[in-house]
Design a protein. Structure first.
Length: 165
């Protein structure tokens, strides 16, 4: 299945589903990532968010997968690509080039999760692709199954392309 929106496209492997969209309302898990206006109050400018999973994604989910991670089984994996503003591209945090496509078990930890759930592990990588800044956030339903599920996640990331804006 091919998904394409907002200059991001992916060919999902069998058994995977995904969504590419832009949230219209700020949520609690993204206010900290918002821009600061001239008067100092947080002012968010929403950018595209990609959710890819080898399980059924709920319609209601947070930017970094809240709502979805609660449903994950031991063999499940969730991949989030969260875009930041153009001013972030190529800065120190986003100096890595290209979508990370070679995730390994040693990159995952329960301390990398937005919210710790028993057995789960996460990996967060900031990168720039096509002049656009992203965070790749991947969650494993059970860290012990990383060797089995990471090839699926890497395959899915390899099928994903980001075009310049």
């Amino acid at each position: 299945m091919k998904l394409e929106s907002h200059g991001i496209e992916t060919d999902l492997p069998p058994g995977w589903e995904g969504r590419i969209g832009v949230r219209t309302q700020p949520t609690a898990d993204t206010r900290a990532a918002g821009e600061v206006s001239a008067i100092g109050a947080a002012r968010e400018v929403p950018h595209p968010i990609v959710h890819l999973a080898n399980f059924a994604l709920p319609e209601q989910r947070g930017d970094f997968g809240s709502g979805a991670v609660d449903l994950m089984g031991a063999e499940d994996v969730l991949v989030v690509l969260f875009e930041y503003g153009p001013e972030c591209a190529d800065t120190a945090l986003f100096k890595r080039r290209g979508i990370p496509k070679n995730l390994t078990p040693s990159m995952f930890s329960s301390s990398a999760l937005q919210r710790t759930l028993p057995g789960q592990a996460g990996c967060q990588i900031f990168f720039t692709e096509a002049g656009r800044a992203f965070c790749s956030y991947t969650v494993l339903g059970r860290q012990a199954n990383a060797l089995r599920v990471l090839p699926q996640a890497n395959d899915t990331l390899s099928r994903t392309r980001i075009a310049p804006r």
